[in-house]
Design a protein around this ligand. Structure first.
Ligand code: A2P
Length: 411
């Protein structure tokens, strides 16, 4: 009598659609393009994924870290996953397959492992970062916050309508750290008649509140009126947020993020590089430092901030009032009348000596937040200033990532 053939088992990688905030981090990180999305879901193609785990640490919510033991022939396909509202439960394996211990089941065999660093930044926080809370509130259990402030932080006559929005949580817990983000659930339904997905926004306030000692936080939100190509487009969540009035209620999920966090030890230096609303986490970190200025424990702050003009640079007034010996401010203006076009990467090169001095100090962490396009430009500039100083950029870049000292949040 012939024994039954053992079924080939797959440890299938799945994304939980109820937790995922559709931030695109996993798709960007995947070194072999196994992750794709439509307007509903982000999904993993079982025919491509090799279980390399590169996408797992960067995911701000942990939605990415779901696995099911499946008979390969029955693996969930991309189309099926795109239609999911929730993850299916575990399936019982046939006896011939279930005998395999789970840890012995390869995700997919025969594909090469990725290079050790597939992302430009670190996937671990700085060693002294405080431990963050994540996913306390989800799509199914959102928190209601009250709007206690909403005002414009760019010149009224400019096209950049950027708002500073303060949300208060009353007596309910919403513990956050600088560098973390939250999700906002806009009311109403999308074109398919489903509730809108959450939109992610970085905190602009430090851990102890927009107003120190209060249970509130702030966001920096740009009203979206056009897409990346410049065509007219209505940003569902940004317009909702920018139009909120005091005392309105907002549904919030999160917090998210466990790597883009600031160091917590004395004399840690921060190099902050941002454009537009990417200034939110830089404001949070700077404010954290400002509130403890009298302790004498602060390291140096070096800021590179890009905007079209001064009037389109969020928080321009308050930023310029900060003492020069507290923060070294470098503004890169790209469309200021009578001035040459400058990007943050140009200023990094101009300030090469200061950047090199800080890079040489292992107490320095670098944060980059804003337009996706600046990622390459900033990396090139950091490489150039390092090489000019006679150092090997690839060695330094690897160390910055391994030590959790170089962080990107771009969109
Ligand atoms: P630009 O004038 O060329 O658009 P935005 O106002 O669209 O949010 O952009 C913020 C700033 O970032 C602007 O000064 C913009 O310049 C600049 N910027 C655009 N692309 C890049 C890039 N690839 N690298 C650095 N800065 C950029």
């Amino acid at each position: 009598m012939n024994a039954p053939l053992p079924a080939e088992v797959l440890k299938q990688h799945l994304i939980d659609p109820e937790i995922c905030i559709r931030c695109n981090t996993c798709e960007e990180t995947c070194p072999i393009k196994a992750i794709t999305h439509d307007s509903n879901n982000y999904v993993v193609d079982p025919d491509i994924c090799n279980g390399c785990m590169a996408c797992v640490p960067p995911c701000p919510t942990g939605a990415i870290d779901n696995w099911r033991l499946m008979v390969r022939a029955e693996a969930y396909g991309v189309q099926e996953q795109l239609g999911w509202e929730e993850l299916p439960g575990e399936k019982a394996l046939p006896e011939t397959a279930a005998a395999l211990p789970a840890d012995d089941v390869p995700a997919v065999t025969g594909l090469a492992a990725p290079a050790p660093f597939s992302a430009p930044g670190a996937t671990v926080p700085p060693w002294s970062a405080a431990h963050p809370y994540v996913n306390l509130y989800t799509h199914k259990t959102p928190m209601t916050a009250t709007v206690v402030g909403n005002y414009r932080v760019t010149g009224a006559d400019t096209e950049s309508d950027i708002h500073h929005i303060v949300l208060d949580f009353g007596e309910l817990p919403f513990p956050v750290l600088e560098g973390q983000s939250i999700g906002i659930l806009p009311p109403g339904l999308d074109a398919q008649g489903r509730p809108h997905h959450a939109r992610q926004y970085s905190l602009a306030s430090p851990r102890d509140g927009e107003r120190a000692g209060y249970n509130n936080l702030s966001l920096t939100v740009k009203r979206v009126t056009e897409d990346h190509a410049g065509a007219a487009a209505h940003g569902v969540c940004s317009n909702y947020l920018c139009d909120l009035a005091k005392n309105d209620k907002v549904q919030v999920i999160g917090p998210f993020g466990h790597t883009f966090l600031m160091p917590n030890h004395p004399r840690a230096n921060l190099i902050m590089i941002c454009t537009g609303t990417g200034s939110a986490p830089m404001r949070a970190m700077t404010e954290r430092y400002r509130r403890r200025i009298d302790t004498g424990e602060n390291g140096r702050l070096l800021l590179f901030f890009g905007a079209r003009t001064e009037r389109e640079l969020p928080y321009f007034g308050p930023l310029m009032k900060l003492p020069r010996d507290f923060i070294d401010i470098n503004l890169a203006l790209s469309r200021e009348t009578g001035q040459p076009k400058r990007y943050v990467q140009d200023l990094i090169r101009e300030r090469a000596a200061s950047v090199r001095e800080l890079l040489a100090d292992r107490n320095t962490c670098i944060y980059v937040c804003g337009l996706k396009g600046m990622e390459v430009g900033v990396l090139d500039a950091l490489r150039d200033v390092t090489v000019q100083g006679g150092q090997d950029w690839s060695i330094l870049h690897d160390a910055l990532r391994r030590e959790g000292r170089l962080h990107f949040e771009t969109y």
